[in-house]
Design a protein around this ligand. Structure first.
Ligand code: CP
Length: 305
């Protein structure tokens, strides 16, 4: 039985296979319409979500399966003090696969220790978000046709942004990726990521504060929201939340073929008039999430078209 807790649980070959399957699902959806007939996905969301939960549910429905779960821990028995472990052991008896989001780093991993069915980490605190990474990689592949030889600027909250942590880890396994980390000093990428992932693999990266200076070099600008829910005090959040706001003027110095990604939700960091620029691909990115989650569910349930 396989789980997906961290993107490194998948080999590069497996990631590439998932992307190939997702692209085939996009091209031939009817081929996959019944492959999960009789299977159930449980979505256990202890933290808010729009894209991840609904795309998981849409993925299972489009595979011919069914879904159950909760989107608010206050409506589950967690509100009465039930542990994650007990919840997962119980749900293992009701479903075939679990997608879990939790504010505590490591909670989905803890779930794997007691689960008798596959567990997918749908985001754990400020740590990891591996299925967002699969979404991002599928998007990059669909936009560029390859996953190597790219300069990618990560901009905003690189400290708490779990999508950044997972995507950096994944991209380190592809050839000739240059990283430009754009953040205020308070929101720089964590030391563990620099030491254990980037430095350990001799990767090419710089840390800067100016989005404008970095812009002309980039193939991809990966914007992020400042993660209000991870701050310990409101004053710091208010001071930092609008550090970077991408607008058409700032985008004017970017390469014509650059792509703007954002895991969403956005707050203020991209103005809505950027949406009509063909380089803005965050809504295409959100749509891609369903297809790669379909591919992942099939892989973990070991079903085939
Ligand atoms: N990208 C992402 O995880 O969005 P949600 O929080 O809406 O699931």
């Amino acid at each position: 039985m396989r789980h997906l807790i961290d993107i490194i649980d998948l080999s590069v070959e497996e990631i590439n296979e998932l992307i190939t399957t997702a692209e085939d699902i996009i091209a031939n959806p009817t081929k996959y319409a019944e492959v999960c007939h009789g299977k159930k996905l449980a979505t256990l969301f202890f933290e808010p979500s729009t894209r991840t939960r609904l795309s998981f549910e849409a993925a299972m429905l489009d595979l011919g399966g069914r879904t159950l779960g909760f989107s608010d821990a206050s409506t589950s028995s967690a509100a009465k003090g039930e542990t994650v472990g007990d919840t997962v052991q119980v749900v293992s008896g009701y479903a075939d696969i679990i997608a879990m989001r939790h504010p505590k780093e490591g909670a989905p991993y803890a779930a794997t220790q007691v689960s008798s069915i596959p567990v997918i980490n749908a985001g754990d605190g400020g740590h990891n978000h591996p299925t967002q990474t699969l979404t991002d990689l599928l998007t990059i592949h669909r936009e560029f046709g390859h996953l190597d030889n790219l300069t990618i600027g990560f901009c905003g909250d690189l400290k708490f942004g779990r999508t950044v942590h997972s995507l950096v880890t994944a991209l380190c396994r592809y050839e000739n990726i240059k990283f430009i980390f754009i953040s205020p000093p308070e929101l720089k990428i964590p030391d563990y990521l620099k030491e254990n992932v980037l430095d350990a693999q001799g990767k090419d990266y710089v840390e800067v504060e100016s989005m404008e200076d970095a812009m002309p070099q980039l193939d991809i600008l990966y914007m992020t929201r400042v993660q209000k829910e991870r701050f310990f005090n409101e004053a710091d959040y208010l001071r930092l939340r609008d550090t970077y706001i991408l607008d058409p003027e700032k985008l004017s110095t970017a390469k014509p073929e650059m792509r703007v990604l954002h895991p969403l939700p956005r707050v203020n960091e991209i103005t809505v008039d950027v949406d009509k620029d063909p380089r803005a691909c965050y809504f295409r990115q959100a749509a891609n999430g369903k297809f790669v989650r379909m591919a992942l569910i099939m892989k973990l349930l070991e079903v085939h078209a």
